[in-house]
Each structure stands twice: as C-alpha cells, then as structure tokens.
Design a protein around this ligand. Structure first.
Ligand SMILES: [Zn+2]
Length: 275
C-alpha cells in the first residue's frame, strides 16, 4: 500500500509533543510531518508539571492546540489545589482543551478506579463549565466512562475518545454524548478485530486519527528510534500510516479518511484556528 500518495491535509488528534523523547528534536519531527500534509496537532498534557511545556510548544509551532489535564497514570503526583490551577490555566487560554483525562483498568500501580473516577468527574465538570473539548483515555473502561459522562448530558464542546478500542456497540452511546473517536497505531495490528469493528462502526463525521506520539507506534518498520525500554519511539510523521490503514479497514479512499478526520478535528478545536 502506497501511503505517500495522500495530497490532502491531515490532523493529529492526539499526541504528546512535550515528551522528553520528542521535544529536543521537535522542529525536525514536525517538519517531517508537515511534509506529509499534517497541519494540526492536539497536544495533551498528562500532569501539572508538563502544562508549561505543552503551552510553550503550542506558542512556538503553528497548528499545535494545547490541552491541559491529569492523566490517570499520573494521579499520584497531583497536588492540593490542582483544580484551581487547571481552571486558571484554561481561563488564561481560551483555545485550550481539557486532556488527557480518563480511566485505566489495565496499567498496574494506579489509583483505585473510584479515585480515578472522582478526578475524571471533576475535570469533565470543568470542561463543561468552560465549554472546552475534553480528550479521554479509557483503557478497558469505556463503559465506566459512559456512566461518568452521562449525568452531565451531551458535552457540547465535544469529546475525543482517544485510541478508541471498542467495543463497537459503545460507539452509539458515546456518540450520543457528542463524542468523536480517534484511532491510532493500534489499528495497524492485523488481529485487532475489536478495534477494526469499532472503526467501521464510527460515522465519518465522528472519525479522528492520531499518533499518540511518542507512544503507540504503528506495527511495521518505520525507521523509528528505540526508547530505553526497547520499544519504538513513535513520531508525528507516522500519521499517514494510521490514515492509510484506517481507510483500508473502513474500505474508503485514504483521501476521504484524511480530509474528513482533518475537518472533524479542526471543527472540534475551532477556537484555536479562528483568529
Ligand atoms: Zn496519550
């Protein structure tokens, strides 16, 4: 499959450009992605300590939209008063979203689920009050995410279900809460039947693509560096691989997938692009 034929713009709906594995060589990495037509990035913080770096990158690189939040894997680092500081950060940056937030039932050593849920609820409430899109991580927990979100009603500013892994029958209930569904490197796993079923169930106007760089590198040899753990360090330029694979799974032209996902992401983060 030739993944270089795309001539349309792309938008990376979820990544962590502030990560130490990417930040020192970011100029080069973003230039490589731009050469493939990527014109936008949703860059999500994961803990209070990285919000400054996220903001700095968004200021220096055109097309980067910042989001600030507490990721479930970093909740033990949170300090008293984080809610006020998150609110202040968002108020000071009207185009910023809330994220990455969520629930994780797979990773070991995290806070108990009920504690994760309490923090998620607070962040969703803040996103709702301030009218911000919210980016959610849900590992083996999308049903619980729905239960947390439902009492708030549809989230008018939109929800990004990042690295959505299904099941497909949750697409409807999440869409009813105004969710979009973002697919990344995991869609390239040939046996990821559940993810592929979910990818086919998502309407085109709710579809997004992401790299989650430096995490979730697509399967295959893409000339990526290896991290200290031996795993490939994902780069923004692999977005075209995700688009090509997702298009094949959905049996649509890659240009259609690229154009629709870029349009959907721009609409979601419209405040960052209207000036
Ligand atoms: Zn992420």
């Amino acid at each position: 499959m030739d993944v270089r034929v795309l001539t349309v713009r792309l938008f990376d709906a979820h990544c962590h450009l502030q990560d130490a594995a990417l930040a020192p060589r970011l100029d080069r990495l973003l230039a490589a992605a731009r050469a493939d037509g990527v014109t936008g990035w949703s860059c999500c913080g994961v803990r209070e300590d990285d919000w400054d770096a996220v903001l700095d990158i968004a200021r220096r690189h055109e097309g980067v939209v910042p989001s600030f939040g507490l990721h479930p894997a970093y909740l033990r680092d949170r300090r008293a008063g984080w809610q006020d500081r998150l609110a202040g950060r968002l108020t000071g940056h009207p185009a910023a979203g809330v994220g990455e937030v969520g629930l994780d039932r797979a990773k070991e050593g995290l806070l108990p689920l009920e504690d994760q849920e309490a923090v998620l609820r607070e962040q969703v409430a803040l996103a709702r009050d301030l009218g911000r899109p919210v980016t959610i991580h849900g590992v083996r927990a999308w049903s619980r995410v729905i239960e947390i979100l439902r009492p708030f009603g549809p989230h008018r500013a939109g929800i990004v279900c990042h690295a959505f892994g299904g099941p497909a029958d949750l697409v409807g209930p999440l869409a009813a809460l105004n969710a979009r569904f973002s697919f990344g490197g995991t869609v390239t796993r040939t046996h990821a039947r559940r993810i592929h079923d979910a990818a086919r169930a998502v309407p085109l106007d709710r579809l997004l693509v992401e790299t989650d760089a430096p995490d979730l590198a697509p399967i295959g040899e893409h000339g990526l560096e290896r991290g200290p753990d031996g795993r490939p360090v994902n780069e923004p330029r692999t977005l075209r691989v995700v688009v090509a694979t997702l298009a094949a799974v959905r049996q649509e032209a890659p240009e259609v997938t690229a154009e629709a996902t870029a349009e959907n992401a721009r609409a979601l983060f419209a405040k960052a692009f209207s000036s």
